[in-house]
Write a protein that binds this ligand. Structure first.
Ligand code: KG4
Ligand code: ZN
Length: 336
């Protein structure tokens, strides 16, 4: 009797998501119909800044410390108890394996202790699913540019459950190009947002940086980074300081141009009615403005960089593993 009453009391329409693939410890509650009830992100960026990039072992340890308080804060913020959770979603990969394992283990423990199903989610599917949350609630089909610190992909999205890859980067990801550029300009880590801000004070036509032309719908950013390195090397420290904003603006212009060119080429090749953009680089103001001119839909700013709302959102369209069949589940570092 007690057990059935307990079941009746459950609202059972909330998915609890957990994301720990890199240096953000994030948890979120999302309703089955795509409302974000809570979205908590604890960034470790400051911790890694002194090393100029993410240190995997440091990230894993910090996830361990942050997972429980972040989950607690998320439930509190959503005004939900674990009894109202219908499933636990977690990023299974790709990402830093140690960091992923902390999230997967925490999610398994939480799901198992409450006899809940577990939904393993691919991080990239998560980024795309940031578009499926209210109020955006975008319906496929659409062409999607996914630009983050680890990936740059053009996707043909025909259903909310998945996508087909049309093109990807042959070397650095767009976010990586921003981060490496920021490092060369002494702007710290992570640098995309810092370049974005500094670029507003510079002249984007001051320097001409090359946009790599690779066949098909792929991208390449490594040459661009080298071009910036050479430009920086030629300047005396005080002149570099004076030209920094121009360099940032010109460098950003080149990255954005490379992304837009490929989006336009893809949209001419595949008949998809809409264009959308997701991932950390989708937060870039120039990219948003240029894509806006093409009528593209951009993920809302708080959902561009890593978060767990997008993971819980993707879980609505992914396969659930029933209690207790997920105890053997493993994480994966790179996409299959
Ligand atoms: O999606 P994300 O949080 O993590 C990965 O899945 O990789 O993306 C992080 C990337 C970083 O490279 C960061 O520099 C970049 O997104 N980023 C930006 C901006 N905000 C974050 N790049 C350009 N402009 C921004 N405003
Ligand atoms: Zn990401």
């Amino acid at each position: 009797m007690a057990r059935s009453r307990e079941c009746d009391e459950r609202r059972l329409d909330v998915i609890l998501g957990l994301e720990t693939s890199c240096d953000e410890t994030a948890a979120a509650c999302v309703s089955r119909d795509g409302r974000v009830l809570a979205n908590v992100v604890a960034s470790q960026a400051e911790l890694h800044a002194r090393y100029g990039g993410v240190v995997p072992e440091v990230a894993s340890r910090r996830h361990l410390e942050l997972a429980a308080p972040v989950l607690r804060e998320t439930l509190e913020c959503a005004g939900a108890s674990l009894r109202e959770i219908e499933a636990v979603a977690v990023t299974r990969g790709p990402g830093l394996i140690g960091a992923l394992l902390v999230g997967v283990s925490a999610a398994k423990a939480l799901a198992w202790s409450h006899r809940l199903p577990l939904v393993p989610v691919d991080h990239l599917h998560g980024h795309v699913a940031s578009l499926y949350l209210k109020p955006t609630d975008l319906e496929p089909p659409f062409l999607c540019l996914l630009a983050s610190g680890g990936h740059t992909l053009l996707l043909d999205v025909r259903s909310r459950a998945g996508y087909t890859v049309l093109g990807s980067t042959l070397d650095d990801a767009a976010g990586e190009a921003f981060d490496k550029g920021a490092r060369l300009l002494g702007l710290g880590y992570p640098g995309g947002a810092a370049i974005d801000v500094l670029a507003t004070q510079g002249d984007p036509t001051a320097y001409t940086f090359p946009v790599a032309r690779v066949p098909g719908l792929d991208f390449s950013f490594s040459g661009l980074k080298t071009a910036l390195l050479y430009a920086v090397r030629e300047l005396e420290p005080d002149e570099l300081e004076r030209r920094k904003a121009d360099l940032a603006a010109s460098y950003q212009r080149a990255i954005v141009r490379a992304l837009i060119e490929r989006v336009v080429a893809a949209s001419e090749q595949v008949a998809l009615p809409r264009i959308a953009v997701v991932g950390g680089v989708a937060a870039n103001s120039e990219l948003r403005a240029r894509l806006g001119e093409l009528g593209a839909v951009a993920a809302p700013l708080p959902l561009c960089t890593d978060n767990a709302a997008m993971i819980a959102s993707a879980a609505r369209y992914a396969t659930r593993i029933a209690f207790p069949d997920y105890l053997e589940l493993d994480a994966y570092a790179s996409a299959a």
